[in-house]
Design a protein around this ligand. Structure first.
Ligand SMILES: Cc1cc2nc3c(=O)[nH]c(=O)nc-3n(C[C@H](O)[C@H](O)[C@H](O)COP(=O)(O)OP(=O)(O)OC[C@H]3O[C@@H](n4cnc5c(N)ncnc54)[C@H](O)[C@@H]3O)c2cc1C
Length: 489
């Protein structure tokens, strides 16, 4: 078809006079009513489980393992092709299994988070995929230990632990809706290349980070949009020792830990300056323009990861089109970031970007309203509750804000029970609306601890035909203790 014929055919279609395609176009136009299309109802394949965990990220992996180990028939639904979530896509290190003993002389060193989260890291460390609990040498007022990970081994480790626990794993599967009966979630609607389906269950755990299931279930939520969105890169072909000497020559090493790197103990596994100290002016200006922060960790020679590029959005990243623009902008920023390292920082002359996150991440999106909202005072004063489900002791704002006397605070069971819904638990970055309290509860190891609690509770509720508020707390506490969870009350 030449240009003339093409424009004639197009105008016929526009007038609805051509055959075939034009009819389809007319039908489509009439099907759209004021910008909406009414989807026809259809029969979906349906299955029944005891517990469904939605979101196989930091918290969800642990929740699903906990639920399955409790003997519940458990399904895990994860949108990506692997489990791990932001633990393998965002952070500097897993913060933190310990109390801040180093910052408080005389305070006992205590491993606060044990159970399945610790098992995950111990297994990973044994296969060369984590530094274990490497003690910080500098900046230990912020974090006494550094647990850096190999992100690819973490994914495999998590996958294997889920499989061994007997979890029915649905990866590459999006949870797209909830089937509700008053205050009960009955099922979740899933989309994958196998088609649309529904899984019914007795108890549900939302570990989607953004609270997607709670949102579909009609739960109350807030969306404060008070953080930048981030993508982070791993840089390979880096001479870590030269980088260290460059920072050390101006007394600018701000964060430092030694641990096992490429199988050899006593190597640098965490490195960075405090703020922009020690970096050349051109680098500082360029990094500021693209929102780049350079504190980094590694478990491999010649490689540093989680160098972050930040971008503040005008609205919360639950808006697809805003996110699409931001994804492009962040990829531009990452490219500029590598070039700045290549140009200005000794040891990075030939570095290249060897990993990025598959999508941008944020420190908090939707915050789901639960029966209890953990406060800043709860965290800082080291409060414990009658219904503690585990204890935690790290704060992102340390040393400015620390848990009293280097101790711990408790996460209460009520903080995981979604308000006004009888069989839905949440875990991860979507709990706690207080900004400063959230700077503690959102950290990876807290999310993992929450996951063990919510997964265990969901399984017990399903097995005993109880709603989340009917479960006797003592039953949960005993099950958590049997699962290795450590308590301080
Ligand atoms: C930039 C950044 C840096 C950070 N740095 C640190 C740090 O250094 N140390 C630290 O301890 N913490 C850090 N954190 C905090 C911590 O990493 C997160 O709060 C935590 O990992 C969140 O865990 P989560 O389980 O709530 O969510 P995620 O780990 O994001 O898990 C959610 C999972 O749900 C899946 N999902 C979402 N929606 C659906 C759906 N509809 N259907 C199916 N699957 C779905 C996602 O694919 C994902 O795998 C950082 C966070 C960010 C964003």
């Amino acid at each position: 078809m030449n240009r003339r014929e093409f424009s004639k055919a197009s105008s016929l279609i526009g007038l609805g006079l051509a055959t075939g395609t034009s009819l389809a176009a007319r039908d489509a136009a009439s099907a759209i009513e004021q910008g909406f299309y009414k989807e026809a109802s259809r029969k979906l394949p349906a299955r029944q489980f005891d517990v469904v965990v939605v979101g196989g990220g930091t918290a969800g992996v642990i929740a699903a393992i906990a639920s399955a180990r409790q003997g519940a028939k458990t399904a895990l639904v994860e949108a990506k092709g692997y489990p791990g979530g932001v633990a393998v896509e965002g952070g500097t290190a897993l913060h933190s299994f310990y109390n801040l003993w180093k910052a408080f002389p005389g305070v006992e060193k205590r491993q606060l988070v044990r159970g399945i989260p610790a098992e995950m890291v111990d297994r990973l460390t044994a296969r060369g995929g984590a530094t274990g609990y490497a003690e910080m040498k500098i900046h230990y007022e912020y974090d006494s230990v550094c647990t850096a990970i190999d992100t690819e081994k973490y994914k495999l480790n998590a996958f294997e632990m889920l499989d061994e626990a007997g979890v029915y794993i649905c990866v590459n599967t999006l949870m797209a809706g909830a089937v509700m009966d008053k205050d009960l979630v009955q099922g979740v609607i899933l989309e994958s290349r196998s088609g649309r389906e529904v899984i019914f269950a007795k108890s549900f755990v939302d570990c989607t980070g953004y609270g997607d299931l709670a949102f579909h279930a009609g739960a109350e939520f807030k969306e404060p949009n008070d953080y930048a969105v981030v993508n982070s890169m791993g840089l390979a072909n880096v001479d870590i020792e030269r980088y260290y000497h460059f920072l050390a020559s101006s007394d600018s090493v701000g964060q430092l830990a030694y641990g096992v790197r490429s199988g050899i103990p006593g190597q640098i596994v965490r490195l960075g300056s405090e703020g922009s100290n020690g970096y050349p002016e051109g680098f500082v200006t360029g990094a500021r323009e693209i929102g780049m922060s350079s504190i980094s960790t590694t478990v491999h020679d010649d490689y540093l990861m989680f160098i972050k590029l930040n971008l503040k959005l005008p609205q919360s990243p639950t808006d697809r089109d805003t996110v699409a623009k931001a994804e492009l902008e962040l990829r531009k920023r990452m490219q500029t970031g590598v070039e700045l390292f290549n140009k200005f920082i000794p040891g990075f002359e030939r570095a290249f970007m060897s990993r990025t996150s598959p999508n941008l991440v944020i420190r908090r999106g939707r915050l789901i309203t639960c029966d209890y909202d953990i406060t800043h005072e709860d965290v800082i004063d080291g409060r414990h509750f009658e219904d503690d489900v585990f204890v935690y002791g790290f704060h992102d704002l340390a040393p400015r804000l620390q848990i009293k006397d280097g101790g711990s605070y408790g996460i209460p069971y009520r903080a995981l029970c979604v308000k006004n819904i009888s069989n839905l638990f949440v875990s991860g970055m979507m709990i706690t609306s207080d900004h400063r309290a959230h700077m503690s509860t959102r950290n990876t190891v807290s999310c993992m601890g929450q996951g063990q609690a919510s997964g265990t509770a969901a399984a017990l509720c399903a097995q005993n035909d109880q709603g989340s508020r009917e479960l006797p707390f003592q039953t949960l506490r005993e099950a958590l203790e049997q699962g290795g969870v450590y308590f301080e009350n």
